[in-house]
Design a protein around this ligand. Sequence first.
Ligand code: AMP
Length: 218
Amino acid sequence: MNLILFGPPGAGKGTQSSFLVESEKMFQLSTGDLLRAELKSGSDLSKQLKEIMDAGKLVSDDIINNLIEKKISDPSVKNNIIFDGFPRNLEQAKSLDDMLDKYNQKISAIINLKVDYSVLVKRISGRVSCSICKKPFNEFFDPPVEPNNCSNNKCDSRELIKRSDDNESTVTNRLKTYDDQTLPILDYYRKKGIVKDVDAMKAINEVTGEIKSIISNL
Ligand code: AMP
C-alpha cells in the first residue's frame, strides 16, 4: 500500500507520517526532508534551493522527480511508501503516476488533512523537531516532556531545532503556493475516487485513529 498525506503546511503530515512509520512500519518519503538534507551539503545547488525554500516557492519538478524516482525504484520500500509533501502540483502528480506504473505500483489513498487556515501560522511557528531522530513537537500544542529534550528512547538528543522557513512571512507565501498550485490537484485524485477526507483540527491521536481506520478498510 502506498499513501499520499495531503494538506497545507502545518496540517500535520509529518506528525502523522511519523506515527504510521512506527505503527505500520511504512517508509516516509518527505521531499522537504530530502531537500533539507541536500541543503546541508553546502553545494551550489543547495544555495539555490535555500533561496527558493525560504521564499516559500516550489523547487523545480526535475529536481523533485529525480529524488522521488530514486526512492520509488528501491525494492526495499516497494508498495510501502507514505508520500509527505509530494506531489505539490499537477505535473508532479502525473509524473508520480508514470513512475508508479513503471515500477508496478499504485496509490491506494490520498489522506486529505483538512484544517482551518487560521490555526496554521500558530501551528507552524511553534514547530520544532529533534536534531537526531526528527521526531516533531510543537511548543504550543505538543511540547516535549522536558524543554529541549527529545523524550524518544531511540535517541539521546538534547537539541530541538526549528526550520528556517517556519517563520510568519515564509508561511504566508507557502500557503499561497499551496492554494495556487497544490490544492487544485485534489480534483485530479477525486476523479480517481481515492481521496479520503480527515478532520485534522481534532487532537493528534484522534487524527491518527481516523487514518488507521481508513487504512484498515483499504
Ligand atoms: P515541506 O517540508 O514539505 O514543508 O517543504 C519545505 C519546502 O521544500 C517547500 O516550501 C518547497 O520550497 C520545497 N518542497 C518540498 N517538497 C516539494 C515538492 N514536492 N515540490 C517542490 N518543492 C518542494
